[in-house]
Design a protein around this ligand. Structure first.
Ligand SMILES: NC(=O)Nc1ccc2c(c1)=C(Cc1cc(-c3cccc(C(=O)NCCN4CCCCC4)c3)c[nH]1)C(=O)N=2
Length: 305
């Protein structure tokens, strides 16, 4: 049958390491020789750290999202005595973060190319009831054609069908005594939204749009908007909206960042679909629709075509 095992793959370089998983290049040993990213999860570690829920969410979320070009594809899963194995799509050019560091920052045309693809993948996730909750340049991969592939859904939230009412998850059940439900997960400090930090709220679709604003800022500025020596100081900057733009930051991009980095999730661009402020409000922003003046390089590229 088509059951797979580690015998079917030649294991190559390590592509990434997580707290309880390692991703390596894996090439099939039988033709057609194909390259995959093999994510190996240690069963003992998962049990000890009580991460079973996250492991199952990742598999279910990837299956739910299968078929969109902007989301990493899960081909197969299998296990042995010690590990779980996810055979995932290989994105040859790796993390967007590496390219931001390599180039320092992107020009406006490149920034729009990448952010538009990220937004398209996020729109698809939300339509399927998935909140990523940890969008950041490390989880935005690039394939051999530099096309965006979003990965790492281990901390995503998969809403039940009834929860996808007007694009917001049901308000977190409040325990007797008024305390919000114990917080399930908080993303990476630099990209986590204020409502999660200050009210311990559950993530919503709007939390992904906050992270998108941080990524847009970062591809043009070369660093994230909120960064400090410690997590606590980073969190303070976020809840106090303490950031500024470097000189020369393009005007339309600045306007879009200012409309995404808004503390109130409902007032954030795209944050309140029930009241006409849905993802279309982001897609129709001048950052995506403005005609860009041809630059010398784009003219020569156009000439070459
Ligand atoms: N947490 C997760 O789920 N992590 C995942 C999941 C799926 C996945 C994943 C991570 C991948 C990570 C990845 C990392 C890299 C990578 C790592 C280090 C360097 C490079 C790199 O320099 N790429 C440039 C071109 N190379 C140069 C060397 C020969 C091959 C092509 C890529 C490529 N792909 C991947 O391809 N697919």
């Amino acid at each position: 049958g088509n059951r797979r095992s580690t015998e079917d793959f030649e294991i190559g370089d390590v592509l990434g390491e997580g707290s309880y998983s390692t991703v390596t290049l894996a090439t099939t040993v039988h033709p057609p020789y194909r390259q995959y990213a093999l994510k190996v999860l240690d069963k003992e570690h998962i049990k000890r750290e009580r991460k079973t829920k996250y492991v199952l969410i990742e598999r279910d979320t990837l299956k739910t999202l299968d078929g969109h070009p902007g989301v990493i594809k899960l081909w197969w899963t299998f296990q042995d005595e010690w590990s779980l194995y996810y055979v995932l799509e290989y994105a040859e050019n790796g993390e967007l973060l590496k390219w931001i560091k390599k180039y320092g920052s992107f020009d406006l045309r490149s920034a729009r190319y990448y952010v538009a693809q990220i937004l398209s993948a996020v729109e698809y996730m939300h339509e399927k009831g998935v909140i990523h909750r940890d969008l950041k340049p490390e989880n935005i991969l690039l394939d051999r054609n530099m096309r965006v592939k979003i990965t790492d859904f281990g901390t995503a939230k998969l809403l039940r069908q009834d929860e996808i009412k007007d694009g917001q998850p049901a308000p977190a059940e409040v325990q007797p005594g008024g305390r919000p439900r114990a917080r399930s997960f908080v993303g990476t400090p630099e990209y986590v939204s204020p409502e999660i930090l200050s009210e311990g709220r559950e993530s919503s679709f709007s939390s992904d749009f906050w992270a998108l604003g941080c990524v847009l800022y970062q591809v043009l500025a070369g660093h994230p908007p909120f960064q400090a020596r410690t997590e606590y100081l980073t969190f303070q900057k976020i809840i106090n909206l303490q950031y500024d733009f470097p000189p020369g930051f393009p005007a339309h991009a600045r306007d879009l960042v200012e409309k995404l980095l808004v503390v109130d999730p409902l007032a954030r661009l795209g944050g309140d679909p029930a009241n006409g402020n849905g993802i279309e409000a982001i897609k129709s922003h001048p950052f995506f629709t403005e005609r860009l003046r041809p630059t010398r390089s784009s003219l020569s590229e156009a000439g070459a075509q």
